[in-house]
Design a protein around this ligand. Structure first.
Ligand SMILES: Nc1ncnc2c1ncn2[C@@H]1O[C@H](COP(=O)(O)OP(=O)(O)OP(=O)(O)O)[C@@H](O)[C@H]1O
Ligand SMILES: [Mg+2]
Length: 210
């Protein structure tokens, strides 16, 4: 099964719409344990990506993802700009020249992107960050594909793991980023970056259709 370039473009468009619609929600999550800017950051970043999409459309999937990363790096401040920017830049560089993505290529996208997040933020599991969504999602995707699953089923598995991951951030005490300054008071709140990462995976699955 393949994810076409049109579906990758549809993913990025859907993300711009989703972060616009969920701007207040993400900002409320960040108001509880951060500085109330996460929804604003995501909406601004993907709004810029949306503006640039017409100029990207003729490029290959790798170049589209790399341009997306550069746009996020230059338009989103805070912690999440460099983290998501690096995710898309690294994934794009690893997929240079691709016009569509099969199971192995989506594995490369997710793994390389998450390596980018790790190299930037040095998160470990249970730090209460977006990594608590990405790590189980990538693991679930990989075991599904290794077991012979097609792209749609493997992404279903990734989304299910991401859903659990985002909920699992609630009882954790933050050890990275602004929320860590709160110490024990960060317990009992959902991590905003974990929530926006879950949305990213849901939109990726939906862009495939079916
Ligand atoms: N070191 C890190 N590694 C991985 N993810 C991180 C790290 N630090 C923060 N995050 C993620 O980034 C999210 C915060 O993103 P946001 O856009 O609100 O940036 P910010 O913390 O306000 O940045 P700044 O403090 O620089 O203004 C957190 O919810 C968390 O998921
Ligand atoms: Mg913030």
């Amino acid at each position: 099964m393949q994810m076409t370039k049109a579906q990758v473009l549809a993913w990025l468009k859907a993300l711009a719409a989703e972060y616009k619609a969920r701007k207040e929600y993400l900002t409320e999550l960040d108001a509880a344990i951060g500085d109330a800017d996460h929804g604003i950051n995501m909406d601004r970043g993907f709004g810029k990506v949306l503006e640039k999409l017409p100029a990207m459309e003729a490029k290959d999937v790798g170049a589209i993802l790399k341009d997306t990363g550069m746009t996020l790096l230059s338009s989103v401040g805070g912690a999440s700009g460099p983290l998501y920017g690096t995710f898309f830049m690294k994934a794009g560089m690893a997929l240079a020249g691709k016009e569509e993505l099969d199971e192995a290529a989506v594995k490369t996208l997710l793994e390389t992107g998450v390596e980018g997040i790790v190299s930037r933020g040095r998160p470990v599991l249970e730090d209460k960050t977006m990594y608590d969504v990405w790590k189980p999602a990538v693991d679930a995707y990989n075991s599904a594909v290794d077991g012979g699953a097609q792209l749609d089923a493997a992404l279903d598995a990734a989304v299910a793991a991401a859903e659990k991951g985002v909920e699992a951030t609630i009882p954790l005490q933050a050890r990275k980023g602004r929320a860590s300054y709160l110490g024990e008071r960060s317990i009992g709140h959902k991590d905003p970056g974990a929530a926006s990462s879950h949305m990213m995976l849901v939109a990726l699955r939906q862009s495939l259709g079916g």
